[in-house]
Design a protein. Structure first.
Length: 226
């Protein structure tokens, strides 16, 4: 039976729909340390879910008291990308348990599914190829670099709506495993903002943010929609 409450589900990738063994955070930590920073666990948590170039810019700015050059950001990002791809080669990302079935169920019920991510299009494309998600698994993918700002800005959600022809944000579900995912959903005015506990941030962190639901996994979304 078609879902009569939602037209679109915007889902994060790493830690939400894909188990990538926290490689993105390990790679980011390694790249900024190589650039001379010594981030705390709290600082690293603050970058979760962010566009990675934005995160690097913010980290370098906080460390030095002045904004880094574009070239320096790109150099640190290139190091991050290299570390991340090496990690993916060593341990391939896999779909979170039950997620592929959940995506299929949502789409069968008439809900468009769009993945949103702070990864670049290049990294995202390679990741989806590894997963076998390049055709027929989701309706589209939106990268932060394509809309000018990452989370907590709501622009990836709005772009997902534009691409799928959805016009009522109240009929949009947003789900992710980070505080930034929840903030983006709230900033967009989404009808449902779901924190999932399958990723790097725990129930205390996610529970402190505005949300409509906290779930163990994206696999629990279809039963939630009934």
């Amino acid at each position: 039976m078609p879902c009569d409450r939602f037209d679109l589900a915007c889902l994060d990738i790493a830690g939400t729909t894909v188990e990538e063994h926290q490689a993105v955070y390990v790679a980011l930590d390694g790249a900024v340390r190589a650039a001379g920073l010594d981030p705390s666990a709290e600082q690293l948590a603050g970058w979760m879910g962010a566009d990675k170039q934005e995160a690097i810019t913010a980290a370098l700015t906080a460390h030095r008291g002045s904004e880094p050059s574009r070239q320096e950001v790109l150099e640190v990002y290139a190091d991050f990308r290299s570390r991340l791809l090496a990690a993916y080669d060593a341990t391939s990302p896999v779909p979170m348990p039950g997620v592929e079935a959940a995506l299929a169920t949502l789409r069968a019920e008439g809900v468009k599914v769009v993945l949103t991510t702070g990864f670049s299009r290049e990294v995202t494309g390679g990741l989806l190829e590894q997963l076998g998600w390049t055709d027929g698994v989701v309706d589209d993918v939106v990268c932060a670099e394509e809309v000018g700002a990452g989370r907590p800005a709501p622009y990836m959600i709005f772009e997902a709506m534009r691409r799928t022809g959805v016009t009522d944000v109240r009929r949009v579900l947003v789900a992710g495993d980070t505080v930034r995912d929840l903030r983006a959903g709230t900033n967009a005015g989404a009808g449902m903002v779901v924190g999932v506990l399958s990723g790097a941030q725990d129930v205390r962190a996610l529970g402190a943010e505005a949300h409509t639901h906290l779930l163990a996994s994206v696999a629990d979304i279809p039963p939630l929609l009934g």
